[in-house]
Ligand binder design. Structure first.
Ligand SMILES: N[C@@H]1[C@@H](O)[C@H](O)[C@@H](COP(=O)(O)O)O[C@@H]1O
Length: 384
């Protein structure tokens, strides 16, 4: 598992959105081979969606061959209600990008047969080949989607009773009135999330610090359902400094040091987007076995250049917009041809900043300590 720690929620949102952009572009989705993306609701991902819309408007990513699945939905709340997750997803993302309507999948909390609706959802996910990347947030009690404490770690999409803590937490979206918060929801299961080929969790704020600590430092436990990501072969948590408040100092330093080693010593060019290492280019062992001078300096300069205020970004970092559009104003290539990928110019990875590309591993078996810094031992294979 990778833990990426950024200064604040803004930096977390930018890192995450940029990661999603790069994953989609690297995947080169086509109509026959779409990129299947699982998406969360909640306040945490709002800024991620804002950036994704912005990237789309700049022509840096296309969603034409992306299929989405939302994580959850309240039961009994009209779809048109402003706080339904259907409204939320349209308001923050779907209404502003070039997703094909038929590629948008959401649970229907008003279905006559809720169990059948959940089964239909699972089947649909399988039918499109499974989820490539599942983005998720968590609740303060460590729930993922609406998988409250005690949920089976093998669970699939189903009806769930909300924990009182979740009802209280979500009352802020219903004028602070707990009575107005639906008490039931449809949610993908813990097993549904685990089945995704990659999971990326966004965790920000001191109120989620205990949950993050349970997720990272303790065992896999159904009382903290998010902890199941320890079992996932390709999982990443992107969090802010506040969310690390309950972690041991050495845990925080460890994960930061892994990122520093990869960034400064192994070299970004050798690390794939998902964090694996298969070959080494320009790797100088003499350089690699030097102590890291100032682990925080690189981070600070990266954040300086990585401002989430996208209006200040270097125009040269933009992908090109090509070909004609058939139904939207942004002229991203929306070829209908089977086998044809979206014509979004690939970003030059070497021009991207550290916050966009760095990856970290979690196994200390990958390194040894010299002068207090972790340096790589065997530089082959997947670091996590
Ligand atoms: N069902 C959603 C979760 O999927 C989400 O992760 C959580 C956190 O929301 P926020 O990001 O607002 O803290 O809220 C709800 O409970």
């Amino acid at each position: 598992m990778r833990l990426i720690i950024r200064e604040d929620p803004k930096a977390v949102a930018y890192y995450t959105a940029n990661y999603v952009r790069q994953r989609i572009n690297e995947f080169k989705p086509t109509r026959n081979r779409p990129f299947v993306l699982g998406l969360p609701t909640g306040s945490t991902p709002v800024e991620v969606y804002w950036h994704l819309v912005d990237f789309y408007k700049r022509g840096e990513v296309s969603f034409r061959n992306v299929i989405t699945f939302s994580m959850d939905e309240y039961v009994g709340l009209p779809r048109s209600h402003p706080e339904s997750y259907c409204s939320f997803m349209h308001r923050h993302l779907y209404d502003h990008i070039n997703l094909r309507p038929e590629n948008i999948h959401m649970l229907d909390g008003n279905a006559e047969d809720l169990a059948a609706e959940c089964q239909r959802y699972e089947e649909k996910i399988k039918e499109v080949g499974g989820i490539e990347l599942f983005l998720g947030g968590i609740g303060p009690d460590g729930h993922i989607a609406f998988n409250e404490p005690g949920s089976s770690l093998e669970s699939v999409t189903r009806v769930k009773t909300l924990a009182y803590e979740t009802v209280l937490a979500n009352a802020r979206f219903f004028g602070g009135d707990v009575n107005k918060v639906p008490k039931l929801a449809l949610t993908v299961g813990v097993g549904t999330v685990r089945a995704a080929r990659e999971v990326l969790l966004i965790i920000t704020g001191a109120h989620k610090a205990v949950a993050l600590a349970k997720c990272i430092e303790e065992g896999v436990n159904h009382m903290w359902t998010v902890s199941v990501i320890q079992l996932h072969p390709s999982a990443m948590v992107v969090c802010d400094e506040d969310a690390t408040l309950e972690l041991h100092v050495k845990t925080v330093r460890y994960f930061k040091s892994i990122e520093q080693v990869q960034e400064q010593l192994i070299g970004r060019q050798n690390i794939s987007l998902k964090g694996s290492i298969s070959k080494l280019v320009g790797y100088d062992p003499d350089q690699a076995y030097r102590p890291i001078a100032d682990p925080s300096a690189n981070e600070k300069s990266a954040l300086d250049t990585d401002s989430s205020d996208v209006s200040h970004q270097d125009e040269s970092d933009q992908g090109s917009i090509t070909d004609s559009a058939d139904d939207d104003q942004y002229s991203v290539d929306q070829s209908e041809d089977d086998g044809e990928s979206d014509n979004v110019q690939e970003m030059d990875r070497n021009t991207l900043s550290a916050t966009e590309l760095t990856a970290s591993g979690s196994s200390e078996a990958n390194g040894t300590r010299t002068n207090g810094s972790l340096v790589p031992a065997a530089v082959t294979g997947n670091p996590f």
